[in-house]
Design a protein around this ligand. Sequence first.
Ligand SMILES: CC(C)(COP(=O)(O)OP(=O)(O)OC[C@H]1O[C@@H](n2cnc3c(N)ncnc32)[C@H](O)[C@@H]1OP(=O)(O)O)[C@@H](O)C(=O)NCCC(=O)NCCS
Length: 178
Amino acid sequence: MNIIETRRLRLVPVVRTDIADIHQMNSIPDVARFNTIGIPGNIEVTEKMLEKLFDEKQSSTRGWTIRRQFDDQFIGVIGMNLAAERFRMAEMHYSLLPDYWGQGYATEAVRGLIGYAFEELGLHRLEAGVATGNLASIRVLEKAGMTREGLKRKILPIRGTWVDNFHYAILDEDERDY
Ligand SMILES: CC(C)(COP(=O)(O)OP(=O)(O)OC[C@H]1O[C@@H](n2cnc3c(N)ncnc32)[C@H](O)[C@@H]1OP(=O)(O)O)[C@@H](O)C(=O)NCCC(=O)NCCS
């Protein structure tokens, strides 16, 4: 796994010493608002969730911390789950600490991951799902040139209700303005 560099950011493969930062971020209600697993009860829950990233045999799960280049500040995570090799496809996900929202960092990280997925990993399709009410994330995906391909109705169990999910994807042949 590689470090991915963008203009302001460095995406660095997650290591065990990142667990505390990731746990703290995932424990913030605003960060967990649209996720289906909710707030982790304790750090062991986060550790277990990240375990796949450290297991060589589970190489289909990749994760990077998002760090600012100028001060190495941890600002979030981004990752992808690769499908079986013949599909040359992965699904991505990301979260940032609220202190760093609204500065274009998520868009920059997603664009960086898309470039890496197509140019370095040779994938041909990258997908992302987003709760229909997650307007900031929808904007991120669209700024990264992803296409809304569909709507999955009532698929996400979030705090006791079924929530709709938009399905987004980008192909290696799709035009990108970055
Ligand atoms: C979604 C998230 C990653 C966005 O991070 P970010 O660094 O603020 O994203 P960016 O700054 O790159 O872009 C956000 C865009 O959404 C817009 N936006 C933010 N809140 C919005 C809202 N409530 N309604 C409409 N647009 C909104 C911003 O204005 C910006 O668009 P612009 O550049 O056209 O002004 C961040 O809010 C987050 O971590 N949320 C919690 C976890 C999460 O939902 N992850 C995604 C799961 S699919």
